[in-house]
Write a protein that binds this ligand. Structure first.
Ligand SMILES: [Zn+2]
Length: 173
């Protein structure tokens, strides 16, 4: 099981003070205090370097589970830091090609294939968010009317996903 440390930390701050997070926490399943278990090493890749960090883990004996305390700059089971993924995503949104992003981040050792996978996941999430937005605005007729105007002018959902609506739907976030 993984618990994200709520404290916002940079990698360098975490490296300096990671031991201070070794505190008593309650088990999310049974609410009893967990015990110190082990630490293990993990690699975190940022834009220019790869860091080795220590992850604290706790043990809940009654539940027979181990809990890893993951710093908030990492997603579970990912080796690239969140801000690194954010940089790649923002560059993609500004129209940079995957080849160019791969080249710009070459010091990290990221492959074009990984970036392609992130891109596909990102667009899937974007599509799901768009669908959810549509569901949320059904009850807001004023907002719905402002969107329908564009659809009456032959705009399609596919066009919208391709970014052909940029600047039109300023009311949506
Ligand atoms: Zn427990």
């Amino acid at each position: 099981m993984i618990i994200l440390l709520e404290t916002a930390l940079s990698i360098k701050q975490y490296l300096r003070n990671w031991q201070k997070h070794d505190v008593d926490i309650k088990c999310p399943l049974c609410n009893k205090l967990t015990r110190r278990h082990t630490t293990y090493e993990r690699q975190v890749i940022s834009k220019y370097e790869t860091h080795t960090i220590f992850i604290l883990s706790r043990r809940c004996k009654p539940c027979n589970i181990t809990i890893s305390l993951l710093p908030s700059f990492l997603k579970p089971w990912q080796r690239f830091a969140n801000h690194f993924r954010e940089i790649a995503g923002r560059w993609h949104l500004t129209g940079r090609s995957l080849n160019r992003i791969t080249a710009s981040l070459s010091e990290s050792g990221i492959s074009r294939r990984t970036l392609q996978r992130w891109k596909q996941k990102f667009h899937k999430q974007l599509k799901e968010k768009l669908i959810q937005q549509r569901r949320n605005i059904i009850d807001d007729s004023a907002v719905a009317d402002s969107i329908l105007v564009h659809y009456r002018k032959n705009l399609t959902a596919g066009d919208e996903l391709k970014g052909k609506t940029r600047g039109r739907f300023c009311c949506l976030t």
